[in-house]
Write a protein that binds this ligand. Sequence first.
Ligand SMILES: C[S@@+](CC[C@H](N)C(=O)[O-])C[C@H]1O[C@@H](n2cnc3c(N)ncnc32)[C@H](O)[C@@H]1O
Length: 252
Amino acid sequence: MKQILVIGMGAGDPDYLTMQAVKALNRVDVFFLMDKGPSKDSLIDLRREICARYISQPGYRFVEAHSPQRKLDDLDYTRSVQALNRDKQRTFEQLINEQMADDECAAFLVWGDPGLYDSTLRILQAILAAGRCSFDYEVIPGISSVQALAARHKVPLNRIGRSIEITTGRRLAAGHVSEADSLVVMLDAEDAYHQVADQEQQIYWGAYLGTADEILIAGKLKDVADEIERVRKAARQANGWIMDTYLIRKPE
Ligand SMILES: C[S@@+](CC[C@H](N)C(=O)[O-])C[C@H]1O[C@@H](n2cnc3c(N)ncnc32)[C@H](O)[C@@H]1O
């Protein structure tokens, strides 16, 4: 039976890899690397670096595949992500059917943790449900960007006994926010922190967490929101892409 490992690689720093992930890496015959274009080459390089650093026996191989991109002209976000996942499903099926033998172990190195805003598990489950490939799979958790954010700002995510909501910039901008008093925002393409009604709230913002380019800004929204917008625009221009996450909460 083919084995597939979905390994959380942490959100940037190779030192975020867990011991469980290191043991898993050492079982792998073939790593499937999803190529997202030249601006994201450094993310592929990091995966290669992780393998070189943590795998003790040579003999493993890489297979790179072009990662389909979401069609930005479709205004229905959920529908466009579902279409993207169908395209990815075809790519994954091809990799599993054509690039690994029956007794081999393959792996996807998933950014951060595979359980948080990542489609790999959903796609593998859809492939199994469609019955066109058969394999066993395991999930190895990783340090997510949310955990990295809390650690780098040295703050707990929740207030005592209270809840946290993890949401997207798109939902925040559209006003879909619960009563949770700590809000973590990911995937923000539109500077949604400007939309928060109470600008007296504290924001803990982090970009490229765990990498050499890491940027941290914290303060009251009304004091730092413009600075964050300026810094993230400049960073996106300099690097060609940005990954940032932030925590917003009411004062104690
Ligand atoms: C597709 S999601 C992947 C999340 C990932 N599975 C995780 O566990 O963090 C991508 C979003 O995660 C956040 N993110 C991932 N890595 C990050 C990093 N190193 N620094 C800041 N934010 C990051 C950003 O909000 C980005 O838009």
